[in-house]
Each structure stands twice: as structure tokens, then as C-alpha cells.
Design a protein around this ligand. Structure first.
Ligand SMILES: *[C@@H]1O[C@H](CO)[C@@H](O)[C@H](O)[C@H]1NC(C)=O
Ligand SMILES: *[C@@H]1O[C@H](CO)[C@@H](O)[C@H](O)[C@H]1NC(C)=O
Ligand SMILES: *[C@@H]1O[C@H](CO)[C@@H](O)[C@H](O)[C@H]1NC(C)=O
Ligand SMILES: *[C@@H]1O[C@H](CO)[C@@H](O)[C@H](O)[C@H]1NC(C)=O
Ligand SMILES: *[C@@H]1O[C@H](CO)[C@@H](O)[C@H](O)[C@H]1NC(C)=O
Ligand SMILES: *[C@@H]1O[C@H](CO)[C@@H](O)[C@H](O)[C@H]1NC(C)=O
Ligand SMILES: *[C@@H]1O[C@H](CO)[C@@H](O)[C@H](O)[C@H]1NC(C)=O
Length: 434
């Protein structure tokens, strides 16, 4: 019998009101820092990132979708319907204490039913941001996953402690032992208990983060999902206002680019372009019309060289299986131009990658950064308007060789070194066995 006993329940200050209260203040940095202390006397909120799913159902607590485009929710007396606008599927979620729960079961191509709150679930961990479950306090009901390639320390600990089993994807019948199996790639064949969770289908950082509400409804933890999203959104918007206020006569020009198969491309991903704008920068994208440059082609190389002479900040999103080994010299090799003298972003040490937080070479960028976009925005703001007094969470400067990468021991400094951004994951502890 493997039960998680003695889950740590940490009384935690809850910060929503605080951020809300400070959001009208001209300088939310200091307002939040001051409010943090004030809040110590306000309310205390139970915060266990790995805790058991809440079991009390208060029908008055509902989630409303404000920003996300690709899911909708409807509430009945004893059931909820979540509609996934990407694939047109609806999930009928039936409260376990209702008569309907034992009588009704749907599994058609359009509608599936689940009895909630889920007693357990499994996750297809290929590109699945499990941090959403962490923020909801639902990790202890996670009983299966498809691989150990996850960036979440808490999930890895649970796996190592035997709480989570690895399920082989080639034996899909194994997933039927769980109340639900969450997947993020909807093109796969789907059994009756599969539910599609697709935050990556959204275009903006906040839209993606709001998918926490989608998972919340399966466990009746709407109020927590709402609180987390409200806190993240308020913090994001606050950071955004501060960043835009930093812009002086002109905005720093940012090239977010990737190298693949001999070709450099400037990103066209809406999400990344939006992050740059929200951090007070301007995308190089707005001023050029050619997006890809083949470094074996001399004309392309000249043009790329010229463009790079005009940018202030470069974000190199090139994929590599060994992020730790990707350095400034790797970047320069990939760029393939000999004369770097005009590269202001090098002189100014403004060359970044988003692989600072990793776990066995798995990037938390695709996990924790999806559920907490305010951390990304804070990092980017520092990249664009350096204070040198802020420890980034996701972004790693490969031009400034001060520190080596922290792999196993993830950075603990970011909360203390900055007073404006909140990392909700650091407010909580992994579930522990006793
Ligand atoms: C904007 O910046 C100015 C000076 O740099 C400061 O006085 C003002 O409070 C800032 N406003 C906000 C909203 O941060
Ligand atoms: C419904 O779920 C809750 C929380 O998991 C559980 O405590 C309760 O016993 C369940 N009720 C029924 C009728 O299954
Ligand atoms: C998951 O919950 C269901 C329903 O309560 C139960 O029948 C099943 O044994 C549980 N599975 C695991 C792996 O805990
Ligand atoms: C890049 O250019 C070289 C030389 O012209 C060519 O052989 C190669 O196929 C091109 N690469 C791509 C991805 O188009
Ligand atoms: C990465 O760096 C480590 C240590 O410097 C080295 O042992 C390893 O071979 C490198 N990997 C690759 C693929 O270059
Ligand atoms: C470096 O950045 C500073 C502001 O951070 C700016 O004033 C300066 O012009 C930049 N230098 C170059 C060479 O771009
Ligand atoms: C650096 O940050 C700390 C904490 O936010 C702050 O107290 C300190 O004044 C800052 N230092 C500078 C030089 O801005």
C-alpha cells in the first residue's frame, strides 16, 4: 500500500488581493514589496502543491473563461460541461454524489463523461506542462505517466518514491485503470477516459496560463484555479505596465531566432512576439520581410549579418540535446560570420537562451513557463532593460559568463533577488512521504 501520508500543508500568504491592491499604484515594484509584509496580517491560505484533491464541493465556486479562446465551460446543478474548441469534443463532468453519476456514461466521438472529483489520473508527459497540476495542489492524485522526461522536480520525486508509475504507451489498455488520462496531442487515438489538454493551442501567454481552470473543474478546485490565475494575471499585467514605462525614446530591437538545418529563422510565433512586445521591446520581425537565412548562401549571410548589426537583444532558441553545452561560441559558429564588431548585442552582453531551468536536459520552458508566464515576462524585461540586480528564472545569458548552469539544483534565488515577481511554485513544497 503506497499512500502518501503527512502531506505538508503550508499556511501561505495569499497574494491576489495584494497584487490587486497594488495594481493601481504607479510603481508596482515597491507597492508589492510593501504589500507583501502587510499581507502577513491579512489572510492565510493553505498551499500544498502536491496535496490531495480538495473534496468539498461548493457549487457557488465556478470558473469563468476570460482570456482563453479554445475552451468553454458551462455549469449545471450536479454536472459541468467543458467544451474543447480545438477538436469540438465536450466533457460531461458529473459530481460523484449525484444520481446521474452511476446512471450516465458517455463515450462517443463528440462527448465523454467523467465522474468528478477524479480520484486519480495519469498524464502523457510528452510535452505536457504538469506544473499546472502542481499549482492546483493535485500531484498526489497523479498515479501514472508515460515517461520520466519531465522537468518537474516534484513529479520526479513522486516517481522515484514509487507514487507514480510509468505506463508504456504501446499498451494503451493500461490507461483504463485511471479515472482520467490527460494528453496534449489530440491527434492520437483516444480511449474513453482520455481528455485533451491543449494550452499550447493558445496564442498569448495569459491565454495559455488560463488553462489551469480547465484542469481545476475535474477536481472541483475552481476557487484555487481562479485564485492562481488571478494572481498570475495581475502580476503579469503589472510587470507589463512597468516594462512599458521603461521604454524611452525608442524600444530595444529584439531578434528571437532559431537555427535549424543550416538555416536561421526569425520567430513568427505569436506567443514569442507578444512576450517581446509586452516586455517593452520591438520585434525585428516588424522591420524585415524575409524570415529565413541559409548560412551557406553568401547573399543570405550578408543580409543576416546586416540585420544583426541593428538589433539590441538576441534570443537564441536553437534546439540542442545538451543545453548546458550551448555557449556563445556555439552561437557564433552557427552564425558563421567572422566579423562580429558591429554586434551591439555582444558588446552589451545581450545574448540569451530560455534553457536556464532544466532537469536532465528537459526544459522547464515547456512546462513551468507555460503555467507562470509572469516569470518569463520578468526575465525578458531584465534582458531588455538590464538592472543586473535580478536573477532570472528561465533566461540564461550566454554572453555574460558569470555563472555556470544550474541543472539539478534549480535556481533558488529569483524570489529573494526581486520583489516584483511571484513564483507560485516556490511558495509550496512537494508532497513528501513519512
Ligand atoms: C514610470 O516611470 C517614471 C519615472 O521613470 C515614474 O516616476 C513613474 O512612477 C512610473 N510609472 C509607473 C506606472 O511605473
Ligand atoms: C466523492 O468524492 C469525494 C472526494 O474524493 C469523496 O470523499 C466522496 O466519498 C465521494 N462520494 C461518493 C458518493 O463517491
Ligand atoms: C483510480 O480510481 C478508480 C476509481 O476510484 C479506481 O477504481 C482505481 O483503482 C484507481 N486507480 C489507481 C491506479 O489508483
Ligand atoms: C542552403 O543552401 C545550400 C547551398 O545553396 C543548399 O545546399 C542547402 O540545401 C540549403 N539548405 C536549405 C535547408 O535550404
Ligand atoms: C558537453 O559537455 C560535457 C562537459 O564539458 C562533455 O563531457 C560532453 O561530451 C559535451 N557533449 C557534447 C555533445 O558535446
Ligand atoms: C548598451 O545598452 C545600454 C543600455 O543598457 C545602451 O545605453 C547602450 O547604447 C548599449 N550599447 C550598445 C553598443 O548598443
Ligand atoms: C537590488 O534588489 C534589492 C531587492 O529587490 C534591492 O533592495 C536593492 O536596492 C537593489 N539594488 C540596486 C542597486 O538596485
Amino acid at each position: 500500500m503506497r499512500a502518501i501520508e503527512g502531506l505538508l500543508a503550508f499556511p501561505k500568504i495569499f497574494i491576489v488581493e495584494l497584487i490587486m491592491a497594488s495594481s493601481s499604484s504607479p510603481n508596482c515594484f515597491s507597492a508589492i514589496a510593501g504589500g507583501w509584509l502587510k499581507l502577513l496580517f491579512w489572510g492565510v491560505w493553505l498551499w500544498t502543491c502536491g496535496g490531495r484533491a480538495a473534496s468539498t464541493v461548493k457549487p457557488s465556486e465556478i470558473s469563468k473563461v476570460e482570456d482563453a479562446q479554445n475552451f468553454h465551460m458551462y455549469y449545471g446543478q450536479t454536472f459541468k460541461v467543458v467544451k474543447n474548441a480545438m477538436d469540438g469534443h465536450s466533457y460531461l463532468l458529473i459530481q460523484n454524489n449525484s444520481r446521474m453519476a452511476s446512471r450516465t456514461k458517455y463515450c462517443t466521438s463528440r462527448i465523454k463523461s467523467f465522474v468528478i472529483p477524479l480520484s486519480n489520473y495519469s498524464v502523457d508527459t510528452d510535452l505536457f506542462p504538469v506544473s499546472f497540476f502542481e499549482l492546483l495542489g493535485l500531484l498526489s492524485s497523479m498515479k501514472g505517466m508515460t515517461s520520466e522526461s519531465v522537468a518537474s522536480e516534484c513529479v520526479l520525486k513522486l516517481y522515484e518514491g514509487g507514487e507514480i508509475d510509468i505506463i508504456n504507451k504501446s499498451e494503451p489498455q493500461q490507461f483504463s485503470q485511471f479515472s482520467a488520462h490527460f494528453i496534449s496531442q489530440s491527434d492520437h487515438p483516444q480511449a474513453c477516459n482520455f481528455a485533451n489538454f491543449v494550452p499550447f493551442s493558445e496564442e498569448t501567454p495569459l491565454q495559455r496560463a488560463e488553462w489551469i481552470k480547465f484542469l481545476g473543474v475535474f477536481a472541483n478546485v475552481e476557487s484555487r484555479a481562479n485564485q492562481v490565475y488571478n494572481a498570475i494575471k495581475a502580476n503579469y499585467l503589472c510587470l507589463n505596465r512597468v516594462a512599458l514605462n521603461k521604454t524611452k525614446s525608442f524600444k530595444p530591437i529584439v531578434a528571437w531566432m532559431e537555427f535549424y538545418d543550416g538555416v536561421w529563422s526569425f520567430t513568427q510565433e505569436a506567443l514569442k512576439l507578444k512576450y517581446v512586445e509586452d516586455a517593452g521591446g520591438e520585434n525585428v520581425d516588424n522591420s524585415i520581410n524575409k524570415m529565413t537565412y541559409n548560412i551557406s548562401n553568401p547573399d543570405d549571410l550578408d543580409q543576416l549579418h546586416a540585420i544583426l548589426c541593428t538589433v539590441d537583444v538576441v534570443i537564441d532558441g536553437t534546439y540542442t540535446s545538451e543545453p548546458v553545452n550551448y555557449t556563445q561560441s556555439t552561437f557564433l559558429q552557427n552564425i558563421n560570420v567572422e566579423d562580429h564588431s558591429c554586434f551591439a548585442f555582444l558588446a552589451n552582453q545581450s545574448l540569451w537562451r530560455f534553457d536556464k531551468r532544466i532537469q536532465n536536459s528537459i526544459l522547464d520552458w515547456f512546462d513551468g513557463a507555460v503555467s507562470q508566464p509572469q516569470l518569463v515576462l520578468a526575465d525578458l524585461t531584465e534582458a531588455l532593460f538590464p538592472t543586473r540586480n535580478y536573477t532570472s528564472t528561465y533566461f540564461r545569458n550566454i554572453a555574460r559568463l558569470l555563472k555556470s548552469l544550474s541543472h539539478r539544483h534549480l535556481s533558488k534565488a529569483s524570489l529573494s533577488s526581486t520583489s516584483l515577481v511571484f513564483n507560485l511554485r516556490k511558495q509550496c513544497k512537494c508532497p513528501q512521504k513519512t
